[in-house]
Design a binder for this molecule. Structure first.
Ligand SMILES: *Cc1c(COP(=O)(O)O)cnc(C)c1O
Length: 376
């Protein structure tokens, strides 16, 4: 059996090695390391895949969130609603820009922003809402957009974990994650569902004016070189990364299918185990399983993780400390938020190995090792 990893980037590379090596060498030969042709090609191809007008590449997913928020023209002290149960970047950029993160609770089943909690958190100072499509499934966007639109508040979707996921409205319309709000912000960090071989990110929008603003902010606030209109940042996707990502984009649907197949295997293995809650799949939504995250009931989580570690099986807690309880937010009133579902989940979740190269032998070994511990 091949060793089990949370993410197996090496096997995935080897499956595409000659194609990727050629693309990288072509960039080296062209020496167009910054803004070379593959950057535009990849952006166009991704825009086509997503069905969105503009894909604006940048240096990483954190920058994508930051630049999108900068483009909305908020004022210091403005409130931005976001879940606490997320990777820290989502909330960090809000505070970095001197806006106030207002943490809301998540739905216990989907792990994503609870629309009721959003409704209760809106004040006249609310100037943006940032839902996170955690673990690869889109939040309840139909309700979140209805609340946002009723108050004319822009939505920035953090789709770093959900690229390629489909969201279906009650009327049957389907959209890709990140193309529903004013902006989508994603990451091409190597372990993400569409990952480069280094850092990368992108912002999606259908709005021409906002796209121009994002482009300007990402390039030191300049439309015309050396003429700077606003204070911006330097955030670019390297040509080498774009060339690699363009090849991997062609395999994204296969990667998603492989992840979903592994998720189905886990689902079936744990179906009759009452101490394990498998991930809920919202009706008509295509979950892309960035993570496969179970909830434990009456199981010592640390002991389970240690047991698995002893058998060569990694397992991770995403995320052990929710954002509102992080030291970094103590001056932002983080601790004052009461988020029972977030607190509940952070003590019970465990993410299992999930990637595009898991085979049945590995899955059988992982699931039987877990059940052996849980049922003992
Ligand atoms: C990975 C991730 C980010 C940040 O992406 P980077 O490319 O690492 O900056 C933001 N939000 C979520 C939910 C993520 O998983």
């Amino acid at each position: 059996m091949r060793p089990i990893q949370m993410v197996d980037l090496k096997s995935q590379y080897h499956a595409l090695k000659s194609e990727i090596d050629t693309a990288v060498i072509n960039v080296l030969e062209s020496s167009a390391f910054i803004n070379g042709k593959p950057v535009q090609d990849f952006s166009n191809n991704l825009a086509n895949y997503l069905g969105v007008k503009h894909v604006l590449p940048c240096a990483n997913g954190t920058d994508a969130l930051q630049i999108a928020l900068m483009a909305l023209g908020l004022q210091p002290g403005d409130e931005v609603i976001t879940p606490s149960f997320t990777f820290i970047a989502t909330a960090e950029v809000i505070a970095l820009l001197h806006f106030k993160p207002v943490f809301v609770d998540v739905d216990k089943k989907t792990f994503c922003m609870d629309p009721e909690s959003v409704k209760n958190a809106i004040t006249p100072k609310t100037k943006a809402i940032v839902p996170v499509h955690l673990y690869g499934q889109v939040a309840n966007m139909e309700e979140i957009m209805a609340i946002a639109d009723a108050h004319d508040i822009p939505v920035v979707e953090d789709c770093a974990q959900a690229i390629g996921a489909d969201y279906t409205y009650k009327n049957g319309t389907t959209k890709k994650a990140g193309t529903i709000g004013k902006f989508g912000a994603t990451s091409f960090f190597p372990s993400k569902n569409l990952g480069g071989y280094g850092d990368g990110g992108a912002i999606f929008t259908d709005d021409d004016q906002l796209a121009a603003k994002v482009k300007m902010i990402s390039a030191h606030g300049a439309n015309k070189r050396y003429y700077h209109e606003v204070v911006g940042v330097n955030s670019r996707l390297d040509t080498i990364q774009a060339a690699i990502l363009d090849i991997k984009l062609g395999h994204l649907d296969t990667y998603i299918a492989n992840r979903r197949r592994a998720a189905d295997y886990y689902d079936q293995a744990f179906a009759s185990c009452e101490k394990i809650t498998t991930p809920f799949r919202a009706a008509d939504n295509l979950h892309v399983f960035h993570q496969y995250t179970i909830q434990l009931e009456n199981v010592d989580r640390d002991a389970l993780i240690a047991h698995l570690q002893g058998k060569g099986i990694p397992a991770m807690i995403y995320y052990p400390v929710p954002a509102h309880k992080q030291q970094m937010f103590k001056d932002f009133g983080g601790m004052q938020f009461e988020l029972p579902n977030t607190d509940w989940l952070s003590t019970r979740v465990v993410s299992l190995p999930m990637h595009t190269e898991l085979d049945n032998e590995q899955l059988e070994y992982i699931t039987s090792s877990i059940l052996e511990f849980v049922n003992k």
